[in-house]
Design a protein around this ligand. Structure first.
Ligand code: DC
Length: 644
């Protein structure tokens, strides 16, 4: 599984131009396809969901041309798709599946609509019931109430009246409303039950109006589309920036200082999720808005918990759940039952992953309650849900963390993590690599102390692994068994010692035997993999100095400063000799030199993460330097690197 490791973040500020709104993009594409005339769609979201819609329209014979950038030309078919028989694959794109089901059921053709396995678990029965009341011919090809579907030409009943449930997903009503002009009749839709996610219906009505169809309405209960309504291209349509995507950056500003500005969506947006800014303001964030932008800053004293009905901002409310990790008190998000039928069961997923980070979470059928606690590093699963990945990126302000399958953000925001990196500042890392006994450990520890940073002796992890394997009678070349030991090491670094399974190890990991064992286990790829995240989890505020062989090349390639610290083999053997004698061990200089040379060879010739000087690392040759001189040199380089 692919993953992305995030170091702990220190601050966030800057400006982000948002990708186009997913909800608006797919509505505009469908209406442009159904309209008379050509539409130029600008600032369209480039993502999985819109790709599924564009592919589907092409399959249906609609003229779809890329104009470069995020602009597309759609040649409308005036309500009749040229291709009357087709099978469409719509992935996990609910914003493509629901409206296309409605449009194709009423457009008069023979179609099969499929998606990924999760799409086949997402209910569509309420929409199909509504369509059948109009005379649509829809068959469930799998389970009743769920995709895949077969659609045959409808026999439209005149003067239709449809009842549709509004309390599971507003996408059913959206799909139905957008398709109604295809019936040629006057149709009235009555919503049964409390309509959820009302702002999405506002988007639907506003987009339909843009294409010339005005829906008459009686509050949120009854909607009427008159006979003779037809879609006409408005020429050029600009898609607003995605207000749900804006939520992550506004939250970054609210947690990480700010000011963080999002551009492309603002006070006069038609998207309900702009109300997220108000929710964030209730948590204490300082918010400013303009016609096409919003900005967030952190309040003095930090965020505070809220108790909120989130029915009007179902998607953006997920961002409040991870922002709650930074709020004083217990946050409760209510009226979010729709989370359970989204890309995944979002209430369950959110609760599980927040708990991994140490939060206390309570979940109910339609609410989630979060109390932050001491946050610990964790690997976060994302459930093929773009919003899970983006929401949890915020937690990096509390701890280094791993995001599994980060590319799931492609559904709505393919370059999210690149934009995220551009506006956040991570805890700095100084990576010091070099051969055995070069003195890098001493230098690294002193540099860390001088800067107030923490210190990672990564070699100690390989030494501990070798020691733990020996104690468990596991051979050092038994890759799988040693990797399991490395993955499960119960180790705590204290000021004065290292504790393995609660017991201080003292000098037991410094013997020549364990040094040789460490070098052997360090050559095993599975062992290095098992220790990767454990090392990255040291990347905490205010900063870290790590020493080893692959700090700059593999573990912290983004390090602010990389140093390759070395000395001649003879000088290193002599340093080791003195150390051992001082500690009361017996030692033999020629043997030490030959052992060192063997270890050097193994460390630099192994296939994974071999010891080598990175192109962007500073060479620090210490054969003729004192420790103080070496420390000063590293501090000087660091000051230079961070002054730029
Ligand atoms: O730095 P040290 O001598 O304590 O390291 C012990 C062994 O672990 C050494 O043979 C190299 C290996 N090691 C490694 O492969 N990668 C690191 N980042 C650190 C140490």
């Amino acid at each position: 599984m692919e993953f992305l490791d995030l170091p702990q973040l220190l601050s966030a500020a800057g400006s982000v131009r948002l990708p186009g709104s997913k909800s608006i993009s797919n509505r505009v594409l469908l209406l442009a396809a159904l309209a008379e005339g050509e539409t130029e769609v600008r600032d369209l979201l480039a993502s999985d969901d819109t790709e599924r819609m564009l592919e589907a329209l092409q399959t249906l014979g609609v003229g779809v041309t890329s104009l470069g950038g995020e602009a597309w030309k759609i040649v409308g078919c005036g309500g009749r798709f040229p291709v009357r028989q087709a099978e469409l694959f719509l992935g996990n794109a609910g914003t493509a599946f629901r409206p296309l089901t409605a449009a194709l059921a009423l457009a008069g053709g023979d179609y099969v609509l499929r998606g990924v396995a999760r799409m086949h678990e997402r209910p569509i029965g309420d929409l199909v019931d509504g369509l059948r009341q109009l005379g649509a011919d829809v068959t469930y090809l799998g389970n009743d109430g769920y995709p895949p579907l077969q659609l045959k030409p409808a026999t439209i009943r005149p003067d239709g009246a449809v009842k549709v449930r509004g309390d599971v997903s507003s996408q059913f009503l959206t799909g139905l409303l957008m398709a109604l002009p295809l019936t040629g009749e006057t149709v009235t839709v009555d919503v049964v039950g409390e309509l959820i996610s009302k702002p999405y219906i506002e988007i639907t009505l506003a987009t339909m109006a843009r294409f010339g169809v005005v829906v008459e309405r009686d509050g949120w209960q009854r909607f009427t589309v008159r006979a003779g309504s037809r879609y006409v291209s408005p020429g050029t349509v600009y898609v607003e920036g995605d207000a749900s995507s804006a939520s992550y950056f506004l939250a970054l500003g609210a947690i990480g200082g700010g000011p963080m500005r999002v551009e492309g969506v603002g006070a006069d947006s038609i998207q309900g999720d702009v109300k997220f800014a108000e929710a964030l303001a209730q948590m204490g964030a300082l918010i400013e808005t303009g016609p096409n932008w919003m900005e967030a800053r952190a309040p003095q004293g930090g965020l505070v918990a809220v108790d909120l009905d989130c029915n009007h901002i179902p998607d953006a409310a997920m961002t409040l759940a991870t922002a709650a990790l930074f709020a004083k008190g217990t946050t409760t998000l209510r009226n979010i039952a729709s989370w359970r039928v989204k890309e995944t069961d979002r209430i369950a997923a959110m609760a599980t992953e927040l708990r991994k980070l140490g939060a206390v979470v309570e979940e109910g059928a339609d609410f989630i309650r979060i109390t932050p606690s001491t946050v610990k590093p964790a690997a976060i699963d994302t459930y093929d849900d773009h919003r899970m990945a983006m929401c949890f990126s915020l937690a990096a302000f509390a701890t280094p963390l791993r995001i599994n399958d980060p590319k799931c953000v492609a559904k709505t925001f393919p370059d999210y993590f690149t934009r995220f990196a551009a506006v956040t500042r991570a805890a700095p890392v100084i990576a010091i690599d070099g051969p055995s006994a070069s003195g890098k450990g001493t230098v690294a520890a002193r540099v860390a102390a001088a800067l107030g940073f923490s210190y990672l002796d990564s070699g100690a992890l390989y030494r501990l692994t070798a020691l733990a394997a020996k104690r468990a009678n596991v051979a050092w070349d038994d890759e799988a068994a040693v990797a399991a030991i490395a993955g499960g090491l119960d180790v705590v670094f204290t000021e004065s010692d290292i504790c393995l399974a609660g017991v201080p190890v003292g000098d037991a990991i410094r013997s020549e035997e364990i040094s040789a064992g460490a070098s052997k286990v360090a050559a095993l790829p599975a062992v290095r993999e098992a220790l990767l995240f454990r090392q990255r989890a040291f990347g905490k505020a205010p900063g870290l100095v790590g020493d080893g062989r692959d700090m700059g090349s593999v573990i912290f390639p983004q390090a602010s400063l990389k140093v390759f610290l070395t000395a001649s083999a003879e000088a290193r053997a002599e340093r080791r000799y003195k150390q051992l004698i001082e500690k009361g061990f017996s030692a033999n200089l020629p043997d030490l030199l030959s052992d060192l040379q063997q270890r050097d060879a193994r460390d630099s010739q192994r296939s994974v993460a071999p010891l080598r000087q990175e192109a962007d690392a500073q060479m620090l040759e210490t054969t003729h330097l004192t420790i103080e001189q070496a420390v000063k040199q590293v501090l000087d380089w660091y000051a230079e690197a961070t002054a730029q």
